[in-house]
Design a binder for this molecule. Sequence first.
Ligand SMILES: Cc1cc2nc3c(=O)[nH]c(=O)nc-3n(C[C@H](O)[C@H](O)[C@H](O)COP(=O)(O)OP(=O)(O)OC[C@H]3O[C@@H](n4cnc5c(N)ncnc54)[C@H](O)[C@@H]3O)c2cc1C
Ligand code: SF4
Ligand code: SF4
Length: 455
Amino acid sequence: MNIKINSQTLYKTVIQNNYCSGCGICTATANSPFTMQLTQNGQYLPEIKNELSATGTVCPFANDQPDETQIAKQLFENTGEQFHTKFGYYKNIYAGYVHTENFRMQGSSGGSVTWLTQQLLDKNLIDYVINVVEQHSPEIRFKYQVSTNTESNTKGSKSKYYPTNLEEVLSFVKQHQGRYALVGLPCFIKGIRLLQQTEPVFAERILFNISIFCGHLKSTHYLSSLISQFSVDEKAVKHFDFRYKIPGQKAADYGTKIITTGDKSFIKPNKELFGTNWGWGLFKLKACDYCDDIIGETADISFGDAWIPKYEDDYKGTNIIVTRHSVLDELIKTHISKGDLHFEKISPGELIQSQAGGFRHRREGLAYRLYLQQKKGDFVPEKRVKPEKIKSKKRRKIYKIRMQLQEKSFYSKHYNNIPALKIELLPLIHKLERVYEHSAWTKFRLKLKKWLKKQ
Ligand SMILES: Cc1cc2nc3c(=O)[nH]c(=O)nc-3n(C[C@H](O)[C@H](O)[C@H](O)COP(=O)(O)OP(=O)(O)OC[C@H]3O[C@@H](n4cnc5c(N)ncnc54)[C@H](O)[C@@H]3O)c2cc1C
Ligand code: SF4
Ligand code: SF4
């Protein structure tokens, strides 16, 4: 199976049809014709800097290449890993949080990603951490950095629902010998694994691939739409926090915090901000609707939020960790024993429960979206899920409306004018909610009928 793809083919298939997540991996192969650009729609896309040629490059969305299961099999099959049909290889699954220092309060959920990268630096297992940090600039709010010390590593804490790409940092890796750990979204990590198979320098240097779970990624317009609801000038915002923890609230009921150049800080619960309902998928990249890796199956370790009732009441946040690399699993076990980490093992069922919506949308929903795209006769990326006209009429309606919402919001010119955005989107949102209400009512009626029959 080919890993490299002809750059002309890549351009005509993935890029022109917008199945691109903007990861920037395709810029890192030798003689790549691509460089990353932020488009007016607020997403990164590769732009042609040299003439397109038959030069091979690498992309996690290209067809005719190993999928996540095949990549993970090569890496983890012989290292004593277990396999689950829904989320691939794993050694152990834990839920909990970091006890020591301020990692948890500074982090999105349990603070474990930043704790782990700090441990790798402190234990001299790596020289560099590659993570995403705030830029304090209105043009580019967040981007990948290479850090070597505690201060810059901890600046990478928190989830950024904002596009980034790996072009600059991969170029740094190529030029600087050293041992790296990279934190990325599942499709970024898949891309890195493919790159490591074609360009040995990345395999020699990037020693740990760390993934965060991913529901979907937003364009920059999502952040602009949130700022516009604070009645401050977008350019005057110097700090933006997508995941502000609100004492006394449920972990999922977090807020958005901004600080302006005059050092004024503003906080709003996300419930009060239009567009934060994750199920609507506003400003979502199209690629995310064609991605079937929720937890980062090809990474050495993956981190997510424990969206399970028993952890949700704690506003400070709780992680789920899925380990695959024995060094990282041992590190976690050692620090659980020492008391630095407060973690317990959980079952595969609980992991799936914590991401139930994500699995439904990216398995059943993906099958239907692939079916719809295939029917149009367009290019469709090959996935582990096969195209299918799913049986449930109600679910088909839900997925169709979600696709319309994605497209309409993504290309909307009113992203920072909420009244105008609402005029554009609310008819679709109400339509979606009516499908849910209708199905809840139908369920109730059927139950009632059954009960009456028994009487
Ligand atoms: C776009 C996106 C979608 C997500 N969807 C889900 C989901 O559906 N379900 C779920 O359980 N969890 C999801 N997460 C992960 C979750 O929000 C937390 O990041 C995760 O639980 C780790 O929390 P922590 O407290 O351990 O991490 P922290 O200690 O806060 O560290 C977070 C790490 O993630 C890195 N990071 C932040 N944003 C990005 C980014 N855009 N691209 C690459 N790296 C980044 C940071 O640099 C840092 O290294 C998502 C995160 C992102 C960025
Ligand atoms: S998904 Fe990544 S590798 Fe593929 S075309 Fe887009 S930027 Fe390039
Ligand atoms: S949903 Fe998939 S394609 Fe989208 S950013 Fe996350 S991992 Fe990448």
